[in-house]
Structures are given as structure tokens and as C-alpha cells.
Design a protein around this ligand. Structure first.
Ligand code: ADP
Ligand code: MG
Length: 729
């Protein structure tokens, strides 16, 4: 049962901070203690097993059954010593979030008893009974089922009494049913393509690693206030609620100190993260009241993404201990800043070079420009895809909706790089390239400052910004799996680098020098990719028009944005990089449309219920009070005096009646629109119908109810208001 507004407000305002439980040891003593990391492997595995396992981790090769058995035995021993009783294959289905199926470490011993059992077979592969995960028709229940398989590159970890084994989730026919599988494939494609291009400049490079450093934004709400809002409980966003008189205008939250309740929560969260080997580093308030951010030190992309997925579930658990609910929704409150998950992305070589850092010599600088320009080209060519990769019903409220910046991908480079690229573009091969006495490439534009880190004019409105030694993809939403965005970006850049290499090789084969070939190809790319570069205000209306003129994707309907996955050039790109085949792309889009439909459907149902069963009855009661009062005025005073005294109240009654009618009528229409949409069987068309004919009612109904909130007696209003939800003491 949901608790009443005033009860909830009172409980929340009397709530004391719950003290964090902090181990009285140094962080370095317990960092990673719940992870089967190399230290644990060394202790619990034989020398040969350790060697075989780390070799397969480092080289991405598979391990054989015998080694798997040894690993399983060691892992089990480690886990049992930590009081673990269950294990689970932990995977990332196409719904955002993670899934687990817990099994006990016991098996029948064949003699009527039980023994602790955990074989290599169970470690490496399992059939979760996961037929209810969305799979876009790839694996219907009558076909072979999907299975989960251990991803040794991400270490197993313990949560409570359960050993969690990070796994990929695939159909027996090999198609990916999750985010992890194609993410790993994309990382491999990118590493391979980037290594080959690196070798143009440095023969010594043997491998390239892709890095991700995410920044997780989130809101906290007191758990009682949350329970008193069915919309928050069921959809993670407020479907109603007038803006508070004060929200973020004064920026006082951003610079303010963290409230003690939140501080204790953060300390506990950090301790949990450290134990799980998640290298969290910064915590601070965000722009909006009750909004916060947590960011780790960046890591290898696949591991970083696992850590983000894990963090989101750890957050929810730890929040419970502090009587909070975490809201990971991109836009829980209208009129208040939304939450994103900035993805800081870069690549590094095995000899320690960041490919997005200029270096000391000209090769390094040309290499730097090569990678920046190829990234720009990829973002330019696949801007629609990148947008689709971050598109969701909830992120739409943050990008592309009424009060949100437009959903258009562009890239900010800052004045230094822009100048370098402009000079590059405007020089001819003759003045750009002279071969100096060391037979090295010499470029006419001189040296690039080695340190770009104080890119002081950083543009906060750019969805894809160069920030000194990395790109920061800011469009991913706070609730999303970064894997979706990263696999699109990695694949697009990988394919772009493959084409770059081909183009350079072709020119070389035709007799050009390598340097001249690189120069020529880059110059053409700089010209071609220009439309993606935008340093102005990405939130402005003018940019929308300008972007359309430049031919960038400006589609604002989420269901239609997903079409980008099925553009011929995108299909070709994913096929060439071996990340996703056509069957997988089609199936994944079915899942995306289905999730979109369900989200809107649930919101529409919840809003209908709130309107008709929570709000309107209260409004009618208040209206009855007014009517009663007016009737009494009439009885008490003569006509002239009555007319004068009751004028405003009668106006108010009419206004209220107007809103009551409007809300009821629109709820009815919304139900009709849903019924009609539900008859459509093709998922894409159905999603479009939900977007075009159902979703608009959400805003319209809300507008009327939010007006009513300002008219009706505060004592009667049934739901906690924004000012009550948004300010944790
Ligand atoms: P901001 O000002 O955007 O908050 P921070 O310095 O706090 O910048 O970094 C934000 C995130 O970027 C962190 O997760 C950090 O680890 C990550 N990051 C820093 N350098 C890199 C890099 N070269 N590649 C990927 N991520 C990086
Ligand atoms: Mg940032």
C-alpha cells in the first residue's frame, strides 16, 4: 500500500543519517577483496592453471575444459571461504540492467545426499531459463535455447552470498542476445584496425586497448516519498508535478556541501565499490537538487562497462540501507536537469601511448591527427547510428523533448585542434611535407602543443566533445547500458580506420610516399567530415536548423531513430567489423521497438490511474467545497453583494471544471489510442503509433493536472510535491 503524502513527508523530514560502515583498514587492504582477481587466482590456482588462464585473458583465447575444471575448483574454494553458498551467471540482456539466475553450490551425490559442486562445465557454460528475456524472435521457446558463457576477461565477483560470473548471453545458433557479446566483438575490431593504422607511425605497436571512463549521474529520493508516488515507483519518473518555486536557479546545490544522509550513503557505496574492484574516484553534487555523480578511473572498455552495470545494482542496494531510492531515469523531474552517463572514450597502445594525445615528435602528432580525424569521420558518417545507440523512451526526455537539447550528434574540438585541422586542410602537400634530414615527415603547421588538457573553452552542450586526451560521448542516458553506445562507436571507428588504411595503401601502391598518402587522405576526410564539427551552442533552436542544412540526422521520433541500425551502410559496417549481422540487427531492433512500446504503455496506464483515481476525485471534493461555500454566500448575502463576493470563486470553479473535463476526456482518448495501437502487429508500426498517438497525451494530461495542483487546497493534494521530493535535508 502506498503511504499518504503527509505521513511520508513527516517521516522523510525526521529521518536521521544512517552512519556508513567503513572498514578500519586502508582502502588498499580491502580493494578488490570480493573479486577473483589475479591475486586470488594466484593463491587458489595451480601454477599451470594460473598461466593458462591469464594467457587466455591477455590474448582473448578460449580455455579448454580441463583448465576450466581447475579454475572452477579454485574459484569455488575461494568463494566458499568467503561464506558464499550460491553462484550465478551474470549477464546483460537487451533490457537495460543485468540478469542473474542463482543456483546453490550443491548437487545430488548419487547416494541420496548433497555435495558442494561447481564444475568447469557449470563455470563455462550454462542454459539460463531465460526464455522470457526479449530476443526479437531470435530464439523462440521451441527453438534451441540461449546459453550464457563465461567471459574470462572480466573477473568473477561476490555479492552477498553469491558468486557472480560475468557471461555473454547467446543463442545456440550463435547470435548475440545481450550487450556484452557485440561489445567484446567491437573492442576486438577496433583494436585490430587501430593497431594496423598505428603501425604506419610506429612499427613497435603490438596491440591497442580501448578505454572507457563513465560518469554516472543519479537522483536520490527518500524511500517514503518515493512510495507515496506511484508514478516514481512504477516508471521511475514523475508523470505529474508542478515545478517547485525554487529548484536549480540559484545553482546552490551544485556548489553546496553534500547533505549528511547522502554523504553516509556515498561512503558506503564507495566501500562496496572498492571491495568489488570498481575504482571510483570522484563524487559530487550535480546541477539539480538531489542530483549527484559518481565516476571511476577509466578502465578497459568491456570491464568498465561491467563495472558500470554492477555499480547500478550496488547503488540500489546501498541506497536501501540509507532509506533512499536511486533514480537512474534520465528525466525523473520536469523542469529540472536530467541525468546522463558521459562516456569518456580513448585508445592506448601497448607501449603506453594514448592515441588521442599529441606527442613530442612529428610522427606522434600525425598519428594523433589521424586518429582524431578518423574518429570525426566515423561520427560524421554514422551520426544517425550513434544517436540510435543512445535512443530510448526515457533518454528522449533528456535529448530531443520540449525542454531538452535537440537530439543531434555533433562534435566539439576546441579552438586548438580546430586551428590545426584548418591549417592542415588549407596546406598543399608541397608546403606541408618536406622531408627533413632524418627522412621524417615534416608538416607545415608546426608543432601541436603537447598538453591540450586545459581545453578551457570546453563546450558543455556538445554531445561528442574532444576533452584534451579523449572524446567524451555525453549523449548516453543515465539508465542505459554504455555497451550500446560503445559498441556502435567502436565499430564505426574500426570500420573507418580499415577504410583509411585501404585508401593509404592504395595510394602507396600507386607510387606515393606513405606520408604523402596519409596527408592526402586525411585532408579529404577533414573536408568531408566538416558538417559534424560544431563549437556553438548545441542547445539552441538555430542549431536545429543549421544541422538540418548540414544533412545531419535530426529525427526526433525514437522509433524512427532505430531505423538507423538498418541503413545499408550501417549493415555493411557491422558486417565488415563482424560485430553484428543482419539477423542480429533486425532482432535487436524488434527488441528496441518492443521496449519502447512497453515503456509508453506503462506510463500511459499509470497516468490514467493517477488522473482518474487519485487526482480527479480530490479535485472534485475541493470543487464541492467551493460550491458549498458559494451556495452559502448566496443564502447569506443579497444578490449584488453575493455577485461581487463570489465572483473569483465562481471563476475558479469554472476553471477547475474545465481542467476536470479536459483530463477525463484526454484519458479516455489516450485509452482509445492505446487500444488502436495494440491492434497493430508489426512492432515498428506499433511503436510509431505509440509515439505519435499515445505519448503526446502524457504531456497534455500533465499540463492540466499541474495547473490543478496550483489551485487545489495544499492539504488535500494527494501526492508529494516537487518541493517535498527534491530537497534532502
Ligand atoms: P570531468 O571534468 O568531465 O568530470 P574527469 O577528469 O573527472 O573529468 O574525468 C571524467 C572521466 O574521464 C573519469 O572517469 C576519468 O577516468 C575518465 N578519463 C580520463 N582520462 C581518460 C582517458 N584517456 N580515456 C578514457 N577515460 C578517461
Ligand atoms: Mg565529464
Amino acid at each position: 500500500m502506498s503511504i499518504s503524502r503527509f505521513n511520508a513527508v513527516e517521516k522523510a523530514s525526521n529521518r536521521k543519517a544512517v552512519e556508513a560502515v567503513i572498514p578500519d583498514r586502508k582502502v588498499s587492504d580491502y580493494y578488490g577483496e570480493n573479486v577473483f582477481n589475479r591475486k586470488a587466482m594466484k593463491k587458489y590456482l595451480s601454477k599451470e592453471t594460473y598461466k593458462a588462464l591469464t594467457h587466455s585473458i591477455d590474448n582473448g583465447t578460449s580455455i579448454d575444459r580441463e583448465i576450466a575444471n581447475h579454475v572452477a575448483a579454485g574459484m569455488r574454494m575461494w568463494a566458499l571461504e568467503k561464506g558464499v553458498t550460491h553462484y550465478t551467471h551474470w549477464f546483460q540482456p537487451l533490457t537495460d540492467g543485468t540478469a542473474e539466475k542463482h543456483d546453490a553450490f550443491v548437487e545430488h551425490d548419487g547416494n541420496g545426499g548433497m555435495i558442494e559442486e561447481f564444475s568447469g562445465k557449470l563455470l563455462v557454460q550454462q542454459e539460463p531459463d531465460a526464455s522470457s528475456f526479449p530476443n526479437g524472435g531470435l530464439r523462440n521457446t521451441f527453438e534451441a535455447r540461449g546459453y550464457s558463457a563465461w567471459d574470462p576477461s572480466s573477473p568473477a565477483f561476490i555479492v552477498d552470498d553469491t558468486l557472480c560470473i560475468p557471461t555473454v548471453f547467446i543463442a545456440y545458433t550463435g547470435e548475440a542476445l545481450d550487450y556484452k557479446t557485440p561489445l567484446i566483438r567491437s573492442v576486438e575490431a577496433l583494436s585490430k584496425a587501430a593497431k594496423e593504422v598505428c603501425n604506419f607511425f610506429d612499427e613497435e605497436v603490438n596491440s591497442v586497448t580501448c578505454f572507457l571512463g563513465w560518469e554516472q549521474e543519479y537522483f536520490l529520493v527518500d524511500e517514503d516519498l518515493y512510495s507515496a508516488r506511484p508514478d516514481l515507483s512504477l516508471t521511475e519518473r514523475t508523470l505529474l508535478g508542478h515545478e517547485s518555486a525554487k529548484n536549480q536557479q540559484l545553482d546552490d546545490h551544485y556548489f553546496g556541501s553534500i547533505p549528511s544522509r547522502v554523504q553516509e550513503f556515498m561512503k558506503d557505496l564507495e566501500t562496496e565499490c572498492y571491495k568489488l574492484g570498481i575504482p571510483v574516484k570522484t563524487r559530487h553534487n550535480e546541477v539539480a537538487p538531489n542530483q549527484f555523480e559518481l565516476a571511476p578511473i577509466y578502465e578497459e572498455c568491456n570491464l568498465a562497462n561491467d563495472h558500470n552495470q554492477l555499480l547500478m545494482s550496488v547503488m540500489r542496494r546501498v541506497a536501501g540501507r540509507h532509506n533512499f531510492r536511486v533514480l537512474l531515469h534520465e528525466k525523473p523531474f520536469m523542469g529540472v536537469n536530467g541525468s546522463g552517463k558521459h562516456c569518456n572514450w580513448s585508445m592506448g597502445t601497448d607501449n603506453g601511448k594514448n592515441l588521442f594525445s599529441p606527442g613530442k615528435n612529428r610522427e606522434d602528432n600525425l598519428r594523433f591527427i589521424t586518429f582524431v580525424v578518423n574518429t570525426l569521420m566515423a561520427v560524421y558518417k554514422y551520426n544517425a547510428l550513434l544517436k540510435a545507440s543512445i535512443a530510448s523512451a526515457s533518454n528522449a526526455y533528456r535529448l530531443g523533448a520540449n525542454e531538452a537539447p535537440p537530439a543531434i550528434i555533433s562534435s566539439f574540438l576546441g579552438s586548438q585542434i580546430t586551428e590545426v585541422l584548418d591549417r592542415f586542410e588549407n596546406s598543399s602537400i608541397e608546403d606541408a611535407i618536406e622531408v627533413d634530414d632524418k627522412k621524417r615527415l615534416s608538416l607545415g603547421f608546426g608543432q601541436i602543443p603537447e598538453l591540450l588538457l586545459d581545453n578551457t573553452d570546453r563546450n558543455r552542450t556538445s554531445p561528442f566533445a574532444f576533452t584534451g586526451n579523449r572524446f567524451e560521448f555525453r549523449a548516453p542516458g543515465s539508465s542505459s547500458n554504455c555497451g550500446s553506445a560503445m559498441l556502435a562507436l567502436n565499430s564505426a571507428v574500426a570500420y573507418q580506420l580499415m577504410q583509411f588504411k585501404q585508401a593509404v595503401d592504395a595510394l602507396c601502391a600507386a607510387g606515393q610516399s606513405k606520408e604523402a598518402a596519409i596527408f592526402e587522405v586525411l585532408k579529404a576526410y577533414i573536408k568531408e567530415s566538416k558538417p559534424i564539427r560544431f563549437d556553438g551552442n548545441g542547445y539552441s533552436e538555430e542549431w536545429k536548423e543549421e544541422a538540418a542544412r548540414r544533412g545531419l540526422d535530426c529525427e526526433s521520433s525514437i522509433p524512427l531513430q532505430y531505423d538507423a541500425y538498418l541503413q545499408p551502410e550501417v549493415i555493411e559496417m557491422f558486417a565488415a567489423t563482424h560485430v553484428l549481422n543482419l539477423k542480429e540487427l533486425e532482432a535487436r531492433n524488434e527488441v528496441k521497438w518492443e521496449i519502447y512500446i512497453k515503456k509508453v504503455q506503462i506510463e500511459a496506464r499509470v497516468l490514467g490511474d493517477l488522473s482518474l483515481n487519485h487526482i480527479i476525485p480530490v479535485v472534485i471534493r475541493y470543487q464541492a467545497l467551493l460550491l458549498d461555500n458559494v451556495a452559502k454566500l448566496k443564502k447569506t448575502f443579497g444578490e449584488e453583494e453575493y455577485n461581487e463576493l463570489s465572483a473569483e470563486q465562481r471563476r475558479l470553479i469554472r476553471k477547475i471544471a474545465g481542467h476536470i473535463n479536459a483530463v477525463t476526456k484526454r484519458v479516455d482518448e489516450m485509452i482509445e489510442a492505446r487500444k488502436k495501437a495494440n491492434k497493430i502487429t508489426d512492432l515498428r508500426s506499433k511503436a510509431i503509433a505509440y509515439h505519435d498517438t499515445v505519448a503526446p497525451y502524457l504531456d497534455e494530461i500533465r499540463e492540466h493536472i499541474d495547473e490543478l495542483e496550483l489551485m487545489v487546497d495544499n492539504q488535500m493534494w494527494p501526492l508529494p510535491k516537487y518541493r517535498e521530493l527534491l530537497f534532502i535535508r
